[in-house]
Design a protein. Structure first.
Length: 122
């Protein structure tokens, strides 16, 4: 395993905790090449950069996932957002801000993921 993948795994674990480990486990087991790609590229490289804060990174990712209708990964990024100091009220503010752009149905889905994530991590 490369140093970049190891750094990525460390970064991912620090940000996402047990919630992230649970989400990553099936990928690591059944598709290790994808896991190494994600950990090495996203978390071992891009997430290591300091151009923007960890809070901005999570807001950007959460907004992008919602815009694309990709709700499956939202829970991990909500957990990461909370771990870097974004509050639940701020997350709800982001959702409300996105509503005119992406529509209420996507925001309702994203909010339901937020509720389920909060229930699981608390």
């Amino acid at each position: 395993m490369s140093d970049q993948v190891t750094q990525g795994l460390d970064r991912f674990a620090k940000l996402s905790g047990e919630y992230g480990a649970k989400a990553l486990a099936p990928i690591k087991e059944h598709f290790p090449e994808l896991s190494e790609f994600i950990m090495g590229t996203a978390y071992g490289d891009i997430f290591q950069r300091t151009t923007i804060t960890d809070q901005w990174k999570e807001i950007a990712i959460i907004s992008s996932l919602i815009t694309q209708g990709q709700f499956e990964q939202l829970g991990v990024h909500y957990a990461m957002a909370l771990s870097v100091g974004i509050t639940v009220d701020e997350l709800k503010g982001v959702l409300l801000h996105l509503a005119p752009c992406v529509g209420a149905p996507r925001i309702i889905s994203a909010f339901n993921v937020l509720l389920a994530t909060l229930e699981e991590i608390q």
